[in-house]
Design a binder for this molecule. Structure first.
Ligand code: FES
Length: 103
Protein backbone atom coordinates (compact mmCIF):
# COMPACT_ATOMS: atom_id res chain seq x y z
CA UNK A 1 0.00 0.00 0.00
CA UNK A 2 1.54 3.40 -0.91
CA UNK A 3 2.30 5.70 1.99
CA UNK A 4 0.07 8.68 2.59
CA UNK A 5 0.60 11.86 4.55
CA UNK A 6 -1.96 11.87 7.34
CA UNK A 7 -2.72 15.07 9.23
CA UNK A 8 -2.22 14.54 12.95
CA UNK A 9 -3.12 17.89 14.48
CA UNK A 10 -1.03 20.69 15.92
CA UNK A 11 2.29 20.33 17.69
CA UNK A 12 1.11 22.59 20.53
CA UNK A 13 -1.59 20.02 21.43
CA UNK A 14 1.06 17.51 22.54
CA UNK A 15 2.99 18.69 25.56
CA UNK A 16 6.60 17.70 26.32
CA UNK A 17 6.77 14.04 27.31
CA UNK A 18 3.15 13.39 26.24
CA UNK A 19 1.50 11.51 23.42
CA UNK A 20 -1.57 11.77 21.26
CA UNK A 21 -3.42 8.87 19.65
CA UNK A 22 -4.74 9.10 16.11
CA UNK A 23 -6.45 6.60 13.82
CA UNK A 24 -4.96 6.19 10.37
CA UNK A 25 -5.56 3.47 7.82
CA UNK A 26 -7.47 1.39 10.33
CA UNK A 27 -4.89 1.41 13.09
CA UNK A 28 -3.99 3.48 16.12
CA UNK A 29 -0.80 5.52 15.98
CA UNK A 30 0.82 7.47 18.79
CA UNK A 31 2.44 10.82 18.16
CA UNK A 32 4.96 11.38 20.94
CA UNK A 33 6.75 14.54 22.03
CA UNK A 34 10.30 13.74 23.18
CA UNK A 35 12.12 16.93 24.17
CA UNK A 36 10.25 18.92 21.52
CA UNK A 37 10.80 16.43 18.70
CA UNK A 38 7.89 14.35 17.45
CA UNK A 39 7.92 10.62 16.74
CA UNK A 40 5.21 8.22 15.66
CA UNK A 41 4.80 4.52 16.52
CA UNK A 42 2.03 1.95 16.54
CA UNK A 43 -0.31 2.26 19.51
CA UNK A 44 -0.69 -1.51 19.84
CA UNK A 45 1.80 -3.22 22.15
CA UNK A 46 3.50 -6.09 20.31
CA UNK A 47 3.37 -8.30 23.40
CA UNK A 48 -0.37 -8.94 23.71
CA UNK A 49 -2.29 -6.27 21.85
CA UNK A 50 -2.89 -3.64 24.50
CA UNK A 51 -3.06 0.07 23.73
CA UNK A 52 0.19 1.78 24.70
CA UNK A 53 -1.79 5.01 24.97
CA UNK A 54 -3.06 3.63 28.29
CA UNK A 55 0.53 3.48 29.51
CA UNK A 56 2.93 6.31 30.14
CA UNK A 57 5.97 7.94 28.60
CA UNK A 58 9.28 8.60 30.29
CA UNK A 59 12.02 10.16 28.17
CA UNK A 60 11.90 8.39 24.82
CA UNK A 61 10.26 5.26 26.25
CA UNK A 62 6.62 4.31 26.39
CA UNK A 63 5.64 1.70 28.95
CA UNK A 64 2.72 -0.66 28.42
CA UNK A 65 0.21 -0.56 31.26
CA UNK A 66 -0.61 -4.28 30.97
CA UNK A 67 2.69 -6.10 31.67
CA UNK A 68 5.21 -3.26 31.73
CA UNK A 69 7.09 -3.71 28.44
CA UNK A 70 8.97 -0.59 27.36
CA UNK A 71 9.64 0.54 23.81
CA UNK A 72 11.64 3.39 22.35
CA UNK A 73 9.24 5.71 20.55
CA UNK A 74 12.22 6.88 18.44
CA UNK A 75 13.34 3.50 17.07
CA UNK A 76 10.41 1.26 18.07
CA UNK A 77 12.91 -1.14 19.70
CA UNK A 78 11.80 -3.06 22.79
CA UNK A 79 13.80 -1.94 25.84
CA UNK A 80 12.30 -4.00 28.63
CA UNK A 81 10.68 -7.42 28.81
CA UNK A 82 8.21 -8.81 28.02
CA UNK A 83 8.57 -6.63 24.92
CA UNK A 84 10.45 -8.54 22.19
CA UNK A 85 9.04 -7.40 18.87
CA UNK A 86 9.71 -3.79 17.79
CA UNK A 87 6.88 -1.33 17.17
CA UNK A 88 6.46 0.04 13.66
CA UNK A 89 7.68 3.61 13.41
CA UNK A 90 6.41 6.29 11.03
CA UNK A 91 8.06 9.36 9.60
CA UNK A 92 6.76 12.60 11.12
CA UNK A 93 6.82 15.81 9.10
CA UNK A 94 6.23 19.22 10.65
CA UNK A 95 4.89 22.04 8.54
CA UNK A 96 4.81 25.06 10.80
CA UNK A 97 2.77 23.79 13.74
CA UNK A 98 0.99 21.12 11.75
CA UNK A 99 2.03 17.51 12.23
CA UNK A 100 1.82 14.99 9.41
CA UNK A 101 2.62 11.30 9.62
CA UNK A 102 3.59 9.12 6.69
CA UNK A 103 1.52 5.95 6.99
S1 FES B 1 0.49 -6.34 26.43
FE1 FES B 1 2.01 -4.83 26.60
S2 FES B 1 3.44 -5.72 27.93
FE2 FES B 1 1.94 -7.25 27.71
Amino acid sequence: MPKELIEAGNSNEIKLGKMKRIEAKGKGILICNVDGDFYAVDDMCTHEDSSLYLGCMKGDLVQCSLHGAKFSVITGEPKEEPGEIPLNTYEVILEGEKIFVKV
